[in-house]
Design a protein around this ligand. Sequence first.
Ligand SMILES: Nc1ncnc2c1ncn2[C@@H]1O[C@H](COP(=O)(O)OP(=O)(O)OP(=O)(O)O)[C@@H](O)[C@H]1O
Length: 250
Amino acid sequence: MNTGNALELRGITKMFGALAAIADVTLSVRPGERRAVLGSNGAGKTTLFNCITGDFPATSGIIRFFGEDVTAFPPYERIRRGLRRTYQISSLFAGLTVIDNVYLACRGVSRNRYSLLRPRADDALVHAAETLVEAVHLTAVRDRLVGELAYGQQRQLEIALAMSGAPRFILFDEPAAGLSPTERRDLVAILTSLPAHIGYIIIEHDMDVALRVVESVTMMHNGRIFKEGRPSEIEDDPEVQELYLGGGHG
Ligand SMILES: Nc1ncnc2c1ncn2[C@@H]1O[C@H](COP(=O)(O)OP(=O)(O)OP(=O)(O)O)[C@@H](O)[C@H]1O
């Protein structure tokens, strides 16, 4: 087993009763690598994320994160090691400002999160939060309440939250869902500008977005991997086109 990988899955299966939501999934992602997981509805993409994060532990198989066997770890132990995810459903605090949301996220993963001292304005966490707000193109609305933001801006903010606390690897769950064409272009710019050492897996139904922000693609169907390749190979593959584009994805 190559322990130099950021993420390594070996024979991951997740059963829901008699249903194998994912079956015998083996894949590895190098540090800094960006990969799309594509597949029609019910292919098992979200379940794969849940197994990687530990939200739904795998029924069988092994997961290594930067060489460490995390298979039996609860989600927070995986987060501590630098794994992050975004959700399809928003996890933002609507009544707080943009900058406060990001600041709290930075503070939540810092060592001082239980400190009773009020942070100073020049606190390194404030600076980290400002940098993240800028990285997701939200500086102009940094003091707006999150509930007042456009939907696309809220999705951008979720990326900033996933970036808090020096992540090493991020799982993006359909970040382009519900975005306008302009917002999608912004999303592509944000993802391609993330620091090079941060790898990610993106689940995305919009192939135009997905294939532009990754260097490798894993295609899933009925809980199994059926093809892997570079974006250009996947795009031109007749089997992929038939299965994916004909698969009634949403
Ligand atoms: N909590 C659960 N309990 C029972 N079955 C589940 C559960 N979660 C997922 N499944 C089933 O597992 C299979 C894979 O679902 P999953 O949500 O992982 O697919 P997906 O590729 O993410 O689909 P989508 O693109 O619609 O989000 C489906 O048949 C689904 O009905």
